[in-house]
Design a protein around this ligand. Sequence first.
Ligand SMILES: [Zn+2]
Length: 203
Amino acid sequence: MTWAWRHTPRTSPLYPAGRRRGDRIRGEVAHRRADTVQLVSDFDDLLAANREFAASFDLAGFDGVAKAGVAMVTCMDSRIDPLHMIGLEPGDAKILRNPGGRVSDQVLVALVLGVNLLGVDRVLVVQHTRCAMAADSEAQLRERVSRASGADASWMTFRVITDQRADIADEVAKVRAHPLLGERAAVGGFLYDVDTGLLEQIC
Ligand SMILES: [Zn+2]
């Protein structure tokens, strides 16, 4: 969005001393160009990147079927690149992410849809080394979040992982035992090493 130029003194709240051109400011007018003022939001850098992405967009025409027949349940950890770690590309797989890589009720809903309607015939449950969900006790994680947020997190349930290999086996068992899943897809449990990029099959 581009707004018409208006005179704004450098010392106004929109341009506090020390702010550089292009600095990110919540919901304020911050960029000045030769003859325009541009609205800046928290997401402008990402929207600009999206416009570049769309300029060479080549993923049109897919349907919602997982072309490689794969679904992966894995952690939200930013070190994980779920598609590339198993040689897949966009369009190939259903990727379901949450803290830890757990088979929650909602993940089961997604897998039922994926397996029965969207071409999935292999399900990988992938947890990973050095996962924050397997590092702290429930009490420690509540305490850390309380401290970081400055608000009470003692009522939250994070469902931390106490034994990762046992948890992977439990999560896989949940999928295999589901009446709409177990007989219809191969299900495996894996541990991904974030330092080597290697997957180890646990079950
Ligand atoms: Zn994790």
